[in-house]
Design a protein around this ligand. Structure first.
Ligand code: AMP
Ligand code: MG
Length: 402
């Protein structure tokens, strides 16, 4: 058996460096920059008013003493000419400051009467003025590579004058399910048949990291049929192939042989984790292959713990394990053996509204309804002597983030 961390290390070292593609900003949410994003312009491009009010020379303003209103500066249409001593200019938020003015008095502190304005307050130079380049200057590094582009980052990229960005390509992913007993959901079930469910969890779990993701359906436990399906996936252009089932070394488990005979460089690991355990991982040029166990809980958990971080790594994310978080445990966890345990957990809020996690008592890998009930996997380390209620545990949230 190898540890979860060893398996991840071995997978990460085989992952090809991501290639770049250019995408319009409107489709760049959660994509990852491969290079720093430099500002293409200066923001604001001029000294700008931060408020609706009057541009003034601060030192001249005396409360109660009228000042001559010389004109208006609006966003998109500036006051041309020079503001003279004894004058003020009506300004609106975002408008260029008139030449000769050095501060803005907000309109709530001013009374206009025809072309005279009287102020109720004094001012200081620079007040309510955003200096040119206050936000960013052309050439500034605005965004670093490796983070998924958030809505606010996209907003920033647009204001820095990018209509599109260069991001890491995402792979084409193919999923196939193996097993003579399997039938599609909605079928008339024979006595010994089982509904193939794995692809329906894996597809949405991983789709954020896919350019395209296809479910190639159910393949019989038959080597030629498997080989044909695997070749079909490669022909389609799959850069990541995920199989479920037939991954042990039983008599009717052909996935390993089929992959090997098709030139996939393959490792078979028993990983010290539960649920989970057997996993195949291989490469064929730039392509990656994951052979997951057929058991639905094991397939889902190994995909969450190993495949998802691998895909994040492959798509340029510098944090493959995002999102992780630590929250207090609501009930004790008993001692753990040598395998890292991913315990199903239910998130809730304590009396003061903070997040906490309740372990779900059901830990059997044949129990799908408890996985559906879970909204986190609690990570209980190898050889843990038990964890007391109240201690902080690391969790993998399941359902509320890509
Ligand atoms: P295997 O890894 O092929 O030995 O399968 C282990 C268990 O998982 C068996 O009980 C299979 O019937 C079940 N199983 C395999 N593939 C799937 C699937 N796609 N959906 C649901 N159960 C599956
Ligand atoms: Mg099988």
């Amino acid at each position: 058996m190898i540890s979860v961390d060893d398996a991840l290390d071995r997978i990460f070292t085989k992952i090809p460096t991501p290639l770049a593609e250019t995408v319009p900003l409107a489709r760049a949410h959660r994509r990852v920059l491969l290079k720093p994003l430099l500002a293409r312009r200066t923001q604001p491009p001029f000294d700008a008013s931060a408020m609706d009010g009057y541009a003034v020379r601060a030192e001249e303003i005396v409360p109660g003493k009228p000042v001559f209103l010389a004109g208006t500066s609006q966003a998109g249409q500036r006051f041309t000419g020079m503001m003279q001593s004894g004058e003020c200019v009506r300004v609106f938020t975002g408008a260029p400051m008139p030449i000769g003015a050095d501060a803005v008095i907000i309109q709530e502190n001013a009374k206009a009467d025809g072309n005279k304005v009287v102020f109720e307050t004094q001012s200081t130079p620079g007040q309510f003025v955003r200096k040119k380049g206050y936000d960013f200057v052309e050439g500034t590094e605005l965004l670093q590579p490796g983070a998924g582009l958030t809505p606010a980052m996209l907003n920033l990229a647009a204001s820095a004058n990018y209509p599109q960005v260069e991001v890491a390509r995402r792979p084409k992913i193919a999923i196939l399910s193996t097993g003579d007993e399997l039938v599609a959901p909605g079928s008339e079930l024979g006595a010994d048949q089982i509904v193939a469910s794995n692809a329906f969890g894996l597809t949405p779990l991983l789709s954020a990291y896919a350019d395209k993701i296809v479910d190639l359906g159910i393949i019989r436990d038959d080597k030629p049929a498997l080989e044909k399906a695997i070749l079909g996936a490669f022909d389609w252009g799959a850069e990541v192939l995920i199989t479920s089932g037939g991954a042990s070394v039983g008599e009717r488990d052909y996935v390993r042989d089929a992959l090997r005979d098709l030139g996939v460089n393959l490792d078979f690991w028993k990983i010290a984790m539960r649920p989970g355990k057997p996993l195949m991982f291989g490469t064929r040029g730039r392509r990656l292959v994951f052979g997951l166990p057929g058991n639905p809980i094991s397939a889902f958990v190994t995909a969450t713990v190993l495949v998802r971080p691998a895909l994040r790594h492959m798509t340029g994310h510098t944090d493959p394990f995002w999102p992780f978080m630590g929250v207090p445990l609501v009930a004790d966890l008993p001692r753990n053996g040598e395998r890292r345990h991913f315990v199903r957990g239910k998130l809730s809020r304590n009396e003061i509204g903070f997040l906490e996690v309740m372990p779900i008592a059901e830990t059997d890998s044949g129990h799908s309804s408890s996985l559906a009930e879970a909204d986190a996997l609690i990570i209980q380390p190898e050889d843990s002597p038990g964890i007391q209620a109240g201690e902080i545990v690391e969790i993998i949230p399941l359902n509320f983030l890509a």
